[in-house]
Design a binder for this molecule. Structure first.
Ligand SMILES: [Zn+2]
Ligand SMILES: [Zn+2]
Length: 132
């Protein structure tokens, strides 16, 4: 069981099952939502994620895309797409042990910031992984 939470502690969550699609997303939407040059995500089945403390604030950042955050401190926590209702993405950096879940690749690398070189040897996909 993976556990994590926001900066202020108002939201705590747990994620079970097998994590998949751990990636570093370079898209402009993630960047602005998190206020960070790149955002690391992993996915689990929706049924395997739950908040044990608090409730996610939700913002629809694109049609059908719901970003979950802490309404008290602003930490970016989750991403859901209405087209993939059985999955939820969670920010790796909000885990209690983010070092234990390394991203496998870079996605949306076409939107990468020019001052952030990709030199870690991970595959980099210009768009989503499937468009590779
Ligand atoms: Zn918080
Ligand atoms: Zn993104």
């Amino acid at each position: 069981m993976l556990t994590g939470g926001c900066l202020c502690g108002a939201i705590r969550y747990e994620a079970g099952g097998t994590p998949f699609h751990a990636t570093l997303c370079h898209c402009a939407s993630c960047r602005r939502a998190a206020g960070a040059p790149v955002v690391a995500w992993f996915s689990v089945a929706r049924r395997d994620f739950r908040c044990t403390t608090g409730r996610l604030g939700l913002f629809e950042s694109s049609p059908g895309v719901w970003r979950g955050f802490c309404a008290a401190c602003g930490t970016s926590l989750t991403y859901r797409h209405d087209d993939l209702p059985d999955e939820i993405d969670i920010t790796i950096a909000s885990l209690d042990d983010p070092g234990a879940l390394p991203p496998a690749d870079h996605t949306q690398a076409a939107e990468r910031l020019p001052w952030l070189p990709l030199c870690d040897g991970r595959p980099a996909y210009p768009g989503g992984r499937s468009e590779g």
